[in-house]
Design a protein around this ligand. Structure first.
Ligand SMILES: O=C(O)CCC(=O)C(=O)O
Ligand SMILES: [Fe+2]
Length: 318
């Protein structure tokens, strides 16, 4: 396994190649990385370069709109889950100071007759950037496909059926979030664009953040920069997978720090895909992850109940 950077690098084509040996090696690499670092850089992830380039373009076009226009896409009743959330609204769990970011969230589109459809608010269409929604939709499906393959590898590693997660994430409550960290215009109160936190969901897929700044907290409590190559996406464990695995897989703390002063005038964009199961899915710890050395660490809870609790903690839900 190549340790080019602070996080292990893996190749998703090993898993999908049809070669049993390469597939088994991938499962072992991913599983070991998730038991230790909680983050991997994945190449051959299956999301087309052009799609990612388009996504970034429309995201930049959207955030470049005047605030008066963007705020029309902010819908307080939706707790930030769809549409725009303005600068300074969200803060990390346990912190009062808001993050230095604005963002836009795009959610699930149910295309079959699954009754879960009625749980999901409609996505918000951006009239000024007509290609925004169709591109987000295409990217959303692309991330779901890559994410499903990664969850299949995780299932095998955990001794579950390979397709254990498939129906749990089909029509799941996943979110594609575009984030803009605006240029810094004066000495900031905190050196942090996004305060330290753990992600809520099963796994997060993050396409090439447009600038440095992402850091993870290693097991010696040191902040380590995460760097990835342009052809890689960063994929990390979230709290739901940590909980399901009774802490066997690590939802690693991460943050985004401010750039050095000479780069204050630059924006940072990033587009994480938070892969969630359906709200009715139980996050009770897997039996295979509980034994005398690893006593049960969490009470039973559903994904929906857990998400609700966390959205209150980060100030998005009242
Ligand atoms: O901006 C980034 O690179 C990461 C953002 C992040 O960690 C999050 O939104 O959960
Ligand atoms: Fe995060």
């Amino acid at each position: 396994m190549a340790h080019q950077h602070s996080i292990p690098s893996i190749d998703l084509s090993d898993f999908t190649s049809g070669n049993a040996q390469r597939k088994a090696a991938f499962v072992a690499q991913l599983g070991e990385a998730y038991e230790t670092v909680g983050f991997v850089a994945v190449k051959n992830h299956g999301i087309a370069d052009q799609l990612i380039a388009d996504l970034y373009k429309y995201v930049q076009d959207f955030f470049a709109l005047p605030y008066e226009t963007k705020r029309r896409y902010e819908i307080p009743a939706l707790a930030g889950q769809r549409g725009y959330t303005s600068f300074g609204k969200e803060h990390a769990k346990g912190f009062d100071a808001p993050d230095l970011k604005e963002f836009f969230q795009f959610g699930q589109t149910v295309e079959d007759n699954d009754p879960v459809a009625k749980e999901y608010p409609n996505n918000v269409q951006v009239a000024e950037v007509p290609s925004f929604s169709p591109t987000f939709f295409q990217a959303f499906r692309g991330f779901e496909t890559s994410g499903k393959a990664l969850l299949q590898a995780i299932a095998i590693y955990l001794g579950l059926d390979e397709f254990y997660f498939d129906d749990k994430v089909h029509n799941g409550n996943s979110i594609l979030r575009a984030i803009h960290y605006p240029p810094i215009t004066q000495e900031p109160a905190s050196a942090i664009r996004a305060e330290q936190h753990e992600d809520i969901n099963l796994i997060t897929l993050l396409v090439g953040a447009s600038a440095d700044g992402l850091q993870i907290l290693d097991k010696n409590n040191h902040w380590v920069p995460v760097t990835s190559l342009p052809e890689q996406i960063v994929v990390n464990v979230g709290d739901m997978l940590q909980r399901l695995t009774n802490n066997r897989m690590k939802s690693t703390t991460h943050r985004v720090v401010n750039p050095p002063r000479e780069k204050w005038n630059t924006s940072r964009y990033s587009i994480p895909f938070f892969l969630h199961p359906k709200s009715t899915v139980k996050l009770d710890c897997l039996e295979s992850c509980v034994d005398a050395d690893h006593p049960l660490a969490y009470a039973p809870i559903t994904a929906g109940e857990y998400l609700d609790e966390r959205l209150r903690e980060i100030g998005l839900k009242k």
